[in-house]
Design a protein around this ligand. Structure first.
Ligand code: PMP
Length: 395
């Protein structure tokens, strides 16, 4: 018993009444694209394992091998005595693939966003006013990082670069030559909508207004852009910081930021989420290293994933479902009403198909949806089953 249990219980009861109580369910990985959830086997259309690498033998083997050779843990933070040559090897490989001067590993994507943004904004704060432009639908971790930095966010309409431009222009005029440090924080592929940012135009805008671009590539890394290494590669050398994770298409765990050497060295000195945490362990690094070896050669998988997305969107739209501006492996079926989304998700699950319902506050009110994520591990027949499942629950 804890002293606050009665408080916790009433909070949980309130969540239950509002039908927003969250519960963990036990999942067992069965095979790529498939899991056993709460005892029942399902085709998994809710994972972020976009390339089916989570169970790839090369990742599993290198994780095992590096753990066997170097131990289960790194024993300390990187700055104390936990900086293994393995960290440096993975960072060098990543920077080469991203075409950046340097890269820095962080513990998770959430932690990267939560900790890097405050460090960046602190550097700029001494220079005059700070303006922080953020997409309205940015991921919770980006929002958290901006809040932790204590900066007021100037929110632009979701993925609307015209709106961003008008906000930049209006403030630039008002600033009338006073020194201003500007940041633009956005995603290259949005996690709940599967739409993408026009990165070349974003880079143009940022150049014009001398704004530092922080681009979250969590859902693009491994899937889109040159060599599958993200959309920042469409504006080479012009995205100041590309952040991404190893936890989605790269099949493992952990995160990175890629950019200039000065940026990464600064973060080593100033980012508390890097300084005060234990270095990533060898097994995690082994899976990262193997994924980076595989990803550039997976063009056929990426093409298959893109084709599956096109096929699913066309089928859902034909059934009258709204897939928004999705153009990637993330395909929302936006139904609006929370209860309807939940009902459809359980109908699919009864048919052995997992596509979980996403509701406010994760998405804006009135836009509850089933968020379908495709994987190169899905076969055409799997996607057919999903389409048939949607038809059945709508009937
Ligand atoms: N950024 C975005 C856009 C995400 O969708 C996520 C994961 N949901 C994260 C960051 C966090 O990444 P990680 O899972 O590696 O903590």
């Amino acid at each position: 018993m804890s002293k606050l249990d009665s408080l916790f219980s009433s909070e949980l009861a309130r969540a239950e009444t509002r039908r927003v109580r969250r519960r963990l369910r036990t999942a067992t990985a069965a095979a790529p694209g498939r899991i056993v959830l709460g005892g029942a086997p399902v085709l998994n259309f809710s994972s972020n394992d976009y390339l089916g690498l989570a169970r790839h033998p090369l990742l599993v083997e290198r994780a095992r091998e590096w753990a066997a050779r170097h131990g289960a843990g790194a024993q300390a933070s990187r700055l104390v005595c936990g900086n293994l040559d393995l960290h440096e090897q993975v960072e060098a490989k990543l920077a080469r693939l991203k075409g950046t001067e340097a890269a820095l590993l962080l513990a998770s994507g959430w932690q990267a966003n939560a900790a890097v943004l405050p460090a960046l904004l602190r550097a700029a704060a001494g220079q005059g006013d700070v303006e922080l432009y953020a997409d309205k639908l940015n991921h919770a971790s980006l929002h958290h990082g901006c809040q932790a930095a204590g900066a007021r966010q100037i929110r632009f309409r979701h993925n609307d670069l015209d709106h961003l431009e008008s906000l930049l222009a209006a403030r630039a005029e008002a600033a009338a030559g006073k020194p201003v440090a500007r940041f633009i924080v956005t995603e290259s592929v949005f996690s709940m909508d599967g739409d993408r940012t026009d990165v070349a135009r974003l880079a143009d805008l940022a150049d014009r207004y001398q704004a530092f671009v922080y681009l979250d590539e969590a859902h693009a890394t491994g899937v889109l852009g040159p060599g599958g290494m993200g959309l920042a590669g469409l504006a080479p050398g012009r995205i100041d910081l590309a952040m991404g994770t190893f936890s989605k298409a790269l099949g493992g765990f952990g995160a990175y930021v890629a950019g200039s050497r000065a940026l990464c060295d600064y973060l080593v000195n100033a980012c508390s989420g890097f300084i005060y945490t234990t270095a990533l362990p060898p097994a995690v690094l082994g899976a990262m290293d193997a994924a980076l070896d595989l990803v550039p050669a997976l063009d056929a998988e990426r093409a298959r994933l893109a084709a599956a997305g096109d096929r699913l969107r066309a089928a859902l739209r034909e059934m009258g479902l709204d897939t928004g501006a999705s153009s990637t492996q993330i395909v929302p079926a936006i139904v609006g009403d929370e209860a309807r989304a939940l009902e459809m998700a359980s109908g699919l699950e009864r048919r052995g198909l997992l596509a979980v319902a996403i509701r406010p506050p994760t998405v804006p009110a009135g836009t509850s949806r089933l968020r379908v994520t495709l994987s190169a591990a899905h076969r055409d027949a799997d996607v057919s089953r999903l389409i048939d499942g949607f038809a059945a629950v709508l009937a």
